[in-house]
Design a binder for this molecule. Structure first.
Ligand SMILES: [Fe+2]
Ligand SMILES: [Fe+2]
Length: 269
């Protein structure tokens, strides 16, 4: 059995949806879906229904797109409540989320845990010393503004940074209690290190890409591989002996016509 990963399926785009429908079947294997499968709960349901029919086990983490909600939606249905709704949707489909016990990888090799995480970002990938408001102004000065600013509500947290810091604290506490006998496959939509959030065409967009608080997690915990997406810049890197795999598909113009989705699955184990 194998462990595969993909991110940023963005099936709101018809071509991406068609590509997903043509995906082959992997009845013995597991699949990591590292966020941005969809823009709406209905799309997420469609994506995960297609994937659970093809894999023995699917593990999902939210991307910023999945966390978007219409501005006219009541505040008590946005932010955390919306995330909780997505987790419930996953549970109905048998898909594992960051809210479930971390599964032990049942395949060959040393003991490993697959660790889905939801950490968000706190604008600290900008120049040192800028608060969130100043960081957004700094990006806007270069003509950049993430749709998250309007669509990703942090309710009941005061800000996306506060939600991020809450997620960091609770996730770090869970990681600290894990048995040292198991190597970790960390999964997060956003890159864990600023040196991975390099966007040559839109460099200031990096403020919406992660937090410096996870810079050292790959050394602090027994990590074998970190799986992420969000950047829409596929790459494989090794830092301090740890593999960092950006596994995004991306928007229709970011993948090659004539290639299958199967060919974009990244083998992790
Ligand atoms: Fe994306
Ligand atoms: Fe994203």
């Amino acid at each position: 059995m194998k462990l595969w990963a993909i991110a940023d399926l963005h099936i709101g785009h018809a071509r991406n949806r068609m590509l997903l429908e043509s995906l082959g079947s992997y009845p013995d294997d597991w699949l990591i879906v590292a966020g941005d499968a969809s823009d709406t709960p209905a799309q997420l349901h469609a994506a995960l229904t297609a994937l659970t029919a093809r894999f023995a086990r699917v593990v999902w983490v939210p991307g910023n797109h999945e966390l978007w909600t219409p501005r006219q939606l009541p505040e008590d249905q946005r932010g955390q409540a919306h995330y909780d709704r997505l987790v419930a949707l996953c549970r109905r489909l048998g898909v594992l989320t960051p809210e479930d016990p971390f599964p032990v990888w049942p395949g060959d090799g040393p003991p490993r845990l697959v660790v889905p995480m939801f950490l968000l970002y706190d604008y600290s990938f900008g120049p040192p010393g800028l608060d969130a408001t100043s960081a957004v102004a700094w990006a806007e000065a270069a003509g950049l503004r993430s749709a998250d600013e309007d669509l990703l509500s942090p309710v009941p947290f005061a800000s996306r940074s506060a939600w991020c810091h809450h997620r960091i604290a609770s996730t770090r506490a869970r990681l600290e209690t894990l048995p040292s006998t198991h190597r970790l496959i960390l999964v997060n939509h956003f890159p864990l290190r600023q040196d991975l959030a390099v966007l040559p065409r839109i460099p200031r967009f990096r403020i919406w890409c992660g937090t410096r608080l996870t810079d050292e997690w790959h050394r602090r915990f027994p990590v074998e591989t970190v799986v992420y997406g969000h950047l829409h810049l596929r790459q494989s890197r090794v830092i301090d002996g740890v593999g960092f795999e950006e596994v995004s598909l991306g928007y229709p113009h970011q993948w090659a016509d004539g290639r299958t989705l199967d060919s974009y699955l990244r083998r992790i184990l």
